[in-house]
Design a binder for this molecule. Structure first.
Ligand code: HEM
Length: 397
């Protein structure tokens, strides 16, 4: 009597499992979770690294439960394409960056505002009014005159101008302030971190630094400063910036998104109100895409069509599609100009006995944990050969 029942048991279990799957859908794989915490305890201090490790075991579409929030982490170029291109419209909800409406802002934060009025206004300012290529070029003189001691004053003047420009647009003063705060948060940190990582990598590879300096100094000659017009010729510098953004994208998991409807990613079901993180840091280190991925090698972009403008899912430091960074033109123009001038005017060397620490630190963006200290040696001015009179500190003042 028991034998037929025992034989039927596996079949019954299979039917129950299938019914559960049909009810829940087929969810992406992920690590087992603890009650209440879910997988929060597995994130650690550097979530881009911990999720990268987990994805090697569970795959490029992985489901984590972060407290109460189901979160999908995608870690390959193909899955990024599915989320950011195929399902762009279904995955574009986002929280505000700052201001009184700010709900705080990183991978773990909760609370989203939909893709709506606020973000449309922000993009309008960035794309159409402030940072279009035409406008970026028209700020050339402001950028070229971006000196350290006066940069804060300039920033105030700059943002005051933005506010003045928009006073008649029907927005309230509070809305103006929120939008300008958000833009400055998104703009300043990312650019500064990219500069610090670029100088760090160059200090570690003096041959690359010398090659860049040779290109810049040959092109600019004794003109005294690098200007926007020189940039078409500075191809190696552009490769250095690409390579820096491949290894050190400041927004390692892009900015968090949330699904607004039920979608399928791969063969898996993803429900509305699921958070989506795209690990662009991991994609930039994927050995299936990049040869010797950990090596800083700007030459890999020689005769290589991959660019960071949102068309190539292998390299997405600015995101892509509807939510692509609206400050991309401005950001790259400022980094090019600042880096080119630093390399044109000075040779840089490490103070004796100093070793470069490559440890990262996560806040909203991922930066270098400790400051980079380098000694500048004036190259241009003959009568001012101030050889390493002081160390310059990049970051962590
Ligand atoms: C190296 C420089 C920069 C990097 C690497 C960078 C990167 C990013 C990334 C990854 C995103 C999210 C894209 C996504 O989720 O798909 C973003 C969004 C944004 N960035 Fe940038 N950014 C930079 C500079 C700037 C600058 C200079 C500005 C403004 C002047 C700016 C304004 C914004 C804004 C407003 C958003 C939110 C856009 C939205 O949600 O629709 N960024 N940025």
């Amino acid at each position: 009597m028991w034998l037929p029942l025992l034989l039927l048991l596996p079949l019954l279990l299979l039917i129950i499992k299938k019914m559960q799957i049909r009810k829940k859908g087929k969810l992406p794989p992920g690590p087992p979770k603890l009650p209440i915490l879910g997988n929060l305890h597995q994130l650690g201090a550097l979530p881009h690294r911990s999720t990268w490790k987990l994805s090697k075991k569970h795959g490029p579409i992985m489901l984590l439960q972060l407290g109460a929030i189901p979160t999908i982490v995608v870690s390959s170029a193909e899955t990024a394409r599915e989320v950011l291109k195929t399902h762009d419209l279904d995955c574009c909800s986002r929280p505000p960056l700052a201001g009184p409406k700010r709900l705080s802002y990183n991978f773990l934060d909760i609370g989203f505002v939909p893709y709506g009025y606020y973000w449309r206004e922000m993009r309008k300012i960035c794309v159409a009014e402030l940072f279009s290529m035409k406008r970026v070029q028209s700020f050339q003189s402001v950028r070229e005159e971006r000196r350290l001691e006066s940069s804060f004053n300039e920033q105030d003047v700059f943002f005051q101008k933005v506010i003045d420009d928009h006073l008649n647009s029907g927005r309230t003063m509070q809305e103006h302030e929120d939008i300008v705060n958000d833009i400055s948060l998104a703009a300043i940190d990312t650019g500064a971190l990219t500069m610090i990582w670029a100088m760090t990598e160059l200090a570690r590879k003096p041959t690359v630094m010398k090659k860049a300096q040779y290109e810049i100094r040959r092109c600019v000659g004794k003109k005294g400063k690098v200007t926007d017009n020189d940039f078409n010729q500075l191809q190696y510098l552009k490769m250095i910036i690409k390579e820096t953004l491949r290894l050190h994208p400041p927004a390692v998991l892009l900015l968090p998104r949330e699904t607004v409807s039920q979608i399928k990613i791969g063969n898996y079901d993803v429900y509305p109100k699921t958070r989506i993180a795209v690990n662009v840091w991991a994609i930039g280190r994927d050995p299936d895409i990049w040869k010797n991925p950990e090596e800083f090698l700007p030459e890999r972009f020689n005769n290589n069509p991959i660019d960071f403008k949102g068309q190539h899912f292998e390299l997405l430091p600015f995101g892509t599609a509807r939510r692509i960074c609206p400050g991309m033109n401005m950001g790259t123009a400022v980094i090019e100009l600042a880096l080119a001038n630093l390399l044109y005017h000075f040779d840089w060397k490490l103070p004796s006995g100093v070793e470069i620490d490559m440890e990262e630190e996560v806040s909203i963006t991922v930066g270098k944990r400790s400051a980079l200290k380098l000694m500048p040696i004036n190259y241009i001015s003959e009568d001012d050969k101030t050889q390493g009179v002081a160390e310059i500190q990049f970051g962590n003042f």
